[in-house]
Ligand binder design. Structure first.
Ligand SMILES: *Cc1c(COP(=O)(O)O)cnc(C)c1O
Length: 457
């Protein structure tokens, strides 16, 4: 198995293929469902949104999917991303465990997201569209797609949650610097947006709503494609370059992880890091404990229901089976915007059901403490989302100290926090409150799941 990964590295040590875990799963994942017919979605139904190559990846059962040369040539600017051993953090924790981390903050926009934005923009360009529409929360994904669009000469329209549009002007400025157009969502440009504004003129927006606006525009206009930053199979696939590189790099370091850890919003960076390791295990290799860390205020894996649900609030997208808090669930306002999504990638949900991964959640004061200790020992100021993975790694290292075990821990540092300084200031000022979601609201949201529409479920 490790031979095959080694074989896949090209002359600059970049993997030549993404890894598709579907090929190695003992049980195939449940299909996407058309909410109108209750039957599995066909490739044709997705053509108004995505290029054929992307749709093929969405349904693919091939294990290795070649990364096109032009995509690799762009990846090379920051890939392979570095893998470090956190020796000073180990020392501060006085742990016999070895802690390694893979750093995705070296990409042009500071996170793992360009791994897929570049690939998606490439395939859209090849298919002949002129414009991409997408949604963004705090702007990590919007900035990454704006960057990729600028490389391929595509116009990019970004529907940005109104609350972030107003409160987070820096990432908006970044998107506009790349040449993208940023629109506060809900907007008056779409039927979905106008409908929402008519009901509530001062609507603050949500990721699911912005998603519906972008999907509506891409469906309506032939010259416009849709791109999204997480959740779907093809996005998860593009992120597996993280784990594929990490396997080769751990081998260079002469170690193999006992534990792999990453944070989960929609599940893309987690799957990107973990799936190549889970695949190695499924093909008879070493068993690895895999831990997904999520915010206590939006715990889709730990508290959500595994059921068919909509990915977007306007219900324009197909139903997917996933761990979900319900598409109407609105989490309290905590400081990790990238982890506020109501659902989880169907493939991550599926491996959770198969018992291949564990999930745990933390309150924000605990994760910021971890991020500060990491910054003071390793020098990198992490994205708040990444602090969840760091907290998980630290707690495992502390368990190793208690048990006197020298386990090898690998976590994904999915981005830097240079655009998140308000969160660090709030933490320093003691203003970060631990927030709980409303149990009553969650029960209501779960009761509204669209189960009866799914004949095949
Ligand atoms: C978007 C984002 C996330 C959450 O997305 P996943 O799909 O769960 O990876 C996490 N961290 C950072 C830095 C992000 O930008």
């Amino acid at each position: 198995m490790q031979e095959s990964i080694k074989y896949l590295l090209d002359e600059t040590r970049l993997p030549q293929a993404w890894y598709n875990i579907v090929a190695d799963l003992p049980v195939p994942p449940p299909p996407m469902i058309d909410p109108d017919t209750g039957r599995p979605v066909t490739a044709d139904a997705l053509l108004p949104l995505f290029p054929e190559a992307v749709i093929e990846q969405e349904f693919s059962v091939e294990r290795d999917i070649e990364i096109p040369r032009p995509v690799r040539d762009i990846y090379r600017q920051w890939r392979p991303s570095p893998l470090h051993r956190a020796r000073r953090l180990e020392k501060a924790l006085d742990t016999p465990a070895k802690i390694y981390f893979k750093y995705e903050g070296v990409s042009p926009t500071g996170s793992h997201k360009p791994n897929t934005s570049v690939a998606q923009a490439f395939y859209h360009k090849e298919s002949g569209v002129k414009r991409l529409a997408t949604e963004t929360g705090a702007g990590q994904w919007g900035a990454s797609l704006a960057f990729a669009g600028s490389l391929f000469g595509l116009d990019v329209d970004i529907y940005m949650i109104r609350a972030s549009f107003e409160q987070k002007p820096y990432r908006r400025a970044m998107m506009e610097s790349y040449g993208a157009r940023c629109v506060a969502s809900p907007s008056s440009e779409t039927v979905v947006g106008r409908g929402m504004l008519a009901r509530k003129a001062d609507h603050r927006g949500s990721l699911g709503l912005a998603m519906s606006e972008a999907v509506e525009v891409a469906r309506r206009r032939d010259d416009t494609g849709y791109a999204l930053g997480s959740v779907l199979n093809h996005v998860v696939l593009h992120q597996t370059i993280i784990g594929a590189e990490a396997i080769a790099q751990m081998e260079m370091a002469g170690d193999y992880p006992d534990i792999v850890i990453a944070c989960t919003g929609g599940g893309a960076n987690f799957a990107g890091m973990a799936f190549p390791f889970i695949g190695a295990q499924l093909r008879g290799g070493t068993k690895t404990r895999v831990i997904a860390v999520e915010p206590a205020a939006c715990p889709s894996l730990s508290r959500g229901k595994y059921a068919y649900d909509f990915g977007d609030a306007g219900h324009l997208m197909p139903l997917v089976k996933m761990h979900t808090l319900g598409s109407n669930f609105v989490p309290p306002g905590f400081h990790s915007a990238g982890l506020r999504y109501h659902g989880m990638a169907p493939l991550v949900s599926h491996v959770m059901e198969l018992g291949l991964i564990e999930a745990r959640s933390y309150q924000q004061s605990k994760i910021f403490e971890a991020g500060i200790l990491f910054a003071r020992t390793e020098g990198i100021l992490p994205a708040p989302e990444a602090n969840h993975a760091i907290r998980g790694a630290i707690d495992e290292a502390l368990r190793c100290r208690t048990e006197g075990k020298s386990e090898v821990i690998l976590f994904n540092l999915c981005g830097h926090g240079h655009f998140d300084m308000q969160a660090y200031m709030d933490h320093a000022d003691g203003k970060l409150k631990d927030l709980d979601y409303d149990e009553g609201e969650l029960a209501k949201s779960l009761a509204a799941l669209p189960a009866e529409r799914v004949a095949a479920a």
